[in-house]
Design a protein around this ligand. Structure first.
Ligand code: ADP
Length: 247
């Protein structure tokens, strides 16, 4: 397979902070409809990799191709427009708006109709809000103020807000942190559904959850890949047990 066959092809990617290589000559390839999980000890470079992909951090050298488009020189908003969505650990939702309104305002402006001051509810937007609300299990909460949602539901709402933009690559940073066991299972089902028509890249520490969702796992250590493959393979890897899973 050549790098052009992947939705995301990261090659020889390095970022140095004052001479310290947080990500060191990384090569990583993600397929269409793949759900990849990145694991590894604190400080391994996981968050930095996501920051580099979404343009929050600029690389020192190397390449990140998304659908064959080079991202490393693009500003963050153009990377979003190219189809990359990123969710951080803390949900950034509008607490005083309803679930419906949160989803509605997330519809890409270029594709919606704005009046002089108000957002016009075109049938297309309304249909999309209902479709995404069902996908993220929030149909019954559509008219509820977002502040009243449970912690897990707030996380799902933010995933829904990203889905309103129809990203082809969705990146999530510890999506089940602080969730109940039931919410974790529901999130696993949600991510398994989502990756049917997009690729998903997740950073996660909860190994039971990783086992439920990962098609492939990348283990990072000191900015480099320590192991990569199906979960059964990486969890039996002696190097991975030594630096991460054995603790
Ligand atoms: P992880 O997400 O795996 O815990 P990070 O990607 O957050 O690791 O960090 C990797 C390393 O890079 C850490 O040693 C961290 O301190 C360092 N680092 C990350 N961002 C910066 C920055 N902006 N400036 C200096 N050092 C940074």
């Amino acid at each position: 397979m050549s790098s052009t066959d992947f939705v995301l092809a990261i090659e020889d990617l390095t970022v140095s902070f004052d001479g310290f290589k947080a990500v060191d000559a990384l090569n990583m390839y993600i397929d269409n409809n793949e759900l990849r999980v990145v694991i590894g000890p604190n400080g391994a470079g996981k968050t930095t990799v996501l920051d580099l992909i979404c343009g929050k951090t600029k690389s020192t050298s190397g390449s990140i191709k998304f659908k064959n488009k080079e991202l490393t020189k693009l500003p963050e908003h153009e990377i979003v427009r190219a189809g990359v969505g990123r969710k951080f650990q803390t949900p950034s939702i509008y607490e005083n708006l309803t679930v419906y309104q949160n989803l509605e305002v997330s519809y890409p402006v270029g594709r919606s109709v704005w009046g002089s001051l108000t957002f016009k509810r075109t049938p297309e937007v309304i249909e999309q809000v209902h479709k995404i609300a069902a996908e993220v299990l929030l149909t019954e909460q559509l008219q509820m103020e977002a502040a009243l949602l449970s912690h897990g539901q707030k996380q799902w709402l933010e995933i829904g807000m990203l889905l309103m933009q129809d990203p082809e690559l969705l990146m999530l940073d510890e999506p089940v942190a602080g969730m109940s066991a039931k919410e974790r299972d529901q999130t696993a089902d949600l991510l398994n559904r989502i990756c049917k028509n997009r690729s998903v890249l997740v950073i996660e520490h909860d190994m039971e959850f990783v086992k439920k969702i990962a098609h492939k796992v990348t283990v990072l250590h000191q900015g480099k890949i320590l192991a990569e493959g199906p979960m059964e393979k990486v969890q039996a890897d002696e190097k991975v047990i030594e630096v991460y899973l054995g603790h």
